[in-house]
Design a protein around this ligand. Structure first.
Ligand code: PLP
Length: 465
């Protein structure tokens, strides 16, 4: 399968090259040239498949001709062996026709493990095949860094450098990164904020001359296509469990960069009947404003109790726009240029199309806390703050109570004790068993000034030969 850029001017690439590339050379994001489609009969025949078996069915067409099926199966099996729950993505009922899809059963307790466990094994496989070594560089405000480190800790051909803002991530989040003591894992605590970390990474991708010869940077943020691909699977998995393809399902998704919910959109395009996709945002509500008022303008970042959704610009939205504009790269290029200077306005036609499938809702911190408290009082089910936003957004925007509503639970509440405490819990939620000694483990990280030369110097002297 070939992959093309949303801005229409970069060369098309193979699957493996897309995984190693990140942004396209024209500034766009890569998407499949044609999306695989499954018939109703074919989807129906998957009822009862185990998560890994289903993942193989869904991912195969995306990598066909490049990765033999037996190898892909092996990568998938290894990726999900690290999950603590037999079902990988268990469903829990919390109301009439209302379900929680628990996506936090992976090693770092957030849904990002679904994609990053897979990406780690995939990179290891591709790089060994090509006899190539790469450097991963990423910025994190919390969840991405730990999931990426966990995913790549055993990759022999990868050195991973993750920048987090010094003293500005929670202790659980920091320790999940810094207690992975491997010679290819390098944690940098940058003396700055998350934006400084991100700018440092962006500038490094733009000019990679600081790297030793033969090395290139690889991106593990959600612009990496393999991450999106891996996330399509759980929409099918939950849908099949609740009666698809014979009935439609709705999903509510706590949204930041639009990667997770974009995978839901793709599942729908590939044949899964979806009635409604709810974009649930916190106070950083650019997507909610866009869908409800056609206001897609940048506003200052607000630090919320759901930090993994504290995002000013949702980069994967560009992939959605590409489809809404009939896959016309020139129009996307123009839109993104408009947006660069502050805001973009969608055409009536594009907005109408988006609203057929998507609804949106925004919750601030106080509302989020109220939801955690109320759901716990009624059901004794403890939501993390991101998931709480999804649950309430679903309730506020639901089109039909007869259609099952699945709220994606993107993190375990133990990752966000602050919000949980504010919702009236007197004790911190317990970390799962495999992490219960997290606070006793040895840590390793380097505090570095917000200075490009110092960071590059550290990277250069720590890359393994
Ligand atoms: C990353 C993350 C999100 C946002 O997902 P996107 O794909 O960026 O929209 C939501 N919740 C949690 C807990 C996350 O870690």
């Amino acid at each position: 399968m070939k992959y093309i850029s949303t801005r229409g001017e970069a060369p098309s690439l193979s699957f493996e090259d897309v995984v190693l590339t990140g942004l396209a050379s024209d500034g766009g994001l890569y998407v499949p040239e044609t999306l695989p489609k499954f018939s109703k009969e074919e989807i129906a025949s998957w009822a009862g498949l185990e998560y890994r078996e289903l993942a193989l069915k869904i991912m195969t067409p995306f990598v066909a001709n490049e990765i033999p099926e037996a190898d892909l199966k092996n990568l998938i099996d290894k990726s999900y062996d690290s999950f603590r729950h037999e079902a990988i993505a268990p469903l829990v009922q919390t109301g009439h026709n209302e379900w929680i899809l628990e996506l936090f059963q992976g090693p770092t307790l957030a849904f990002k493990d679904f994609a990053l466990q897979f990406l780690g094994h995939l990179l290891d496989y591709v790089l060994k095949k090509r006899d190539q070594k790469v450097v991963i560089m990423g910025a994190t405000s919390g969840d991405t860094g730990s999931a990426a480190i966990e995913g790549c800790r055993d990759c022999e051909n990868v050195d991973i450098f993750i920048l987090h803002p010094y003293q500005r991530v929670s202790e659980v989040q920091r320790r999940q990164m810094t207690t992975v003591i491997e010679k290819n894992v390098h944690n940098i605590a940058l003396e700055g904020n998350f934006d400084d970390c991100q700018n440092m990474v962006k500038a490094s991708f733009a000019d990679q001359s600081f790297l030793p010869e033969g090395r290139q940077l690889v991106a593990v943020n959600s612009i990496n296509w393999a991450r999106i691909m891996a996330q399509i699977v759980y929409y099918f998995y939950a849908g099949l469990a609740l009666g698809a393809p014979h009935r439609a399902i709705s999903f509510s998704v706590p949204t930041g960069n639009f990667g997770d919910i974009f995978a839901g959109y793709l599942a729908n395009q590939m044949g899964l009947p979806i009635e409604q996709l709810v974009i649930a945002t916190n106070s950083n509500d650019i997507l909610h404003r866009c869908i409800s008022d056609n206001d897609h303008s940048k506003k200052p970042l607000i630090h919320s109790l759901s930090p993994s959704m504290d995002i000013m610009v949702s980069s994967n939205f560009e992939r959605m726009l590409f489809d809404l504009y009939g896959r016309d790269g020139a129009q996307i290029k123009k839109l993104m240029e408009d947006f660069k200077s502050g805001s973009m306005v969608l055409s009536d036609e594009a907005l109408e199309k988006a609203r057929e499938l998507f609804s949106s809702y925004r919750l601030d911190d106080n509302e989020t806390i109220d939801v955690i408290r109320e759901v716990f009082e009624k059901t004794e089910y403890l939501l993390d703050p991101h998931t709480a936003i999804g649950v309430q957004a679903a309730r506020e925007t639901r089109r039909s109570s007869e259609t099952p509503m699945v709220c994606l639970s993107t993190a375990h509440p133990a990752k966000f004790p602050e919000a949980v405490k504010q919702a009236g819990q007197t004790e911190d939620p317990a970390l799962p068993h495999h992490m219960s000694d997290l606070f006793e483990r040895e840590e390793a990280y380097e505090v570095i000034a917000n200075d490009m030369e110092k960071v590059h110097g550290f990277i250069k002297s720590n890359i393994n030969a």
